[in-house]
Design a protein. Sequence first.
Length: 366
Amino acid sequence: MNSDSGIQNQSTRLLDFTARFLKENGGLIEQGSREINALLPEELAQRLNTKEYITLGTLQDQEMAEDGSGGPDRRSVGVYPIHFGAPLLDKILGFTTENPPLLHVALNFFYLKSGGFDNLVRQQFEWHKATGSVTSFGQIHTRYLLLNCKYRAQSDEQKEGRFDLAANLDSGAVIPGMTSGFAGIDKEYKKTGAIGFSENMQTRLRHLVRVYGKEAVEQEIVPFKSSMNRRYARDAKSLDAYYHALAEEMASSLERANMSDALKSDRKEKIAMIPEELAAKKKDLLNKYRIRITISLVGAMAVTTPAVKILFTASVGRKRKTFSLIYNPVTKRFDPLVCESCHQSMYQIAFGNDLGILCHTCHRKK
């Protein structure tokens, strides 16, 4: 009975969640004794691919309708059972996650670093054929975006997990260690809402998730990848052994005295086709164990924090270039610079002929 009670409570919670979603999106809700009636706006009904007037019930209610014990067949009047895996619930979950929640938080620091910046620059950055020094600094406020992402790695098995990325919204630099440094910092939460960045900012964020998300997932799935590789190697070895034994057996059969010339010719053709068939089987096996990764955004936190802006002058031969560096009080390090060509974040800095800031790879290409 405890198990039945737990299932019933779960069904009730799912039903309440569905009703809240419909109400928040303009639906009129009428609570019945065992079901919920809803009148939906035309646009919402079209998005959900339902009638404008629908009835929500639990799976038990629908089963009663189907076996005739619950009166007339309610499927004909728009009854939708709500349970895990129900098509209507899956659509609603898809809509609720297409605009991940955005939390706004302001950080407060009672002390900001005010010296030793030259030493910290030398420790963090490597300059290619250049020298430089800090010329001035001052306190500013800057913005970061913390992205919580979900990944799914699919092969013969499936692995799911989450990872975090942090980016400076002004420079686009990805900040290592940002998400792990929030404990103990004074925070002021402001509001929640949906992500509403410009198209240009969305493009930049997609680029960050695509490039750095792939690196993060690769680190997360090392054991999973090793397992798939071992299983592929095991199955490929079994295929090799099987087809090698098959080729030997068919070759030895050619020595039989009573075998006709036509049968021998046919057997030789089949032996010649074994390598091609083995290659095809291995290709299928490789596709079976190939890992396909999908990444989606679960939520985001917009962070405003005090920081220190450093003006740094680099000397490249007889030329000079002044640019800014941001000291991040959360990581207690400088944020990386961003390559002006490929937009990768970096601490190893090179300069182009026009003194553009480049990573080593783009510098070699140019």
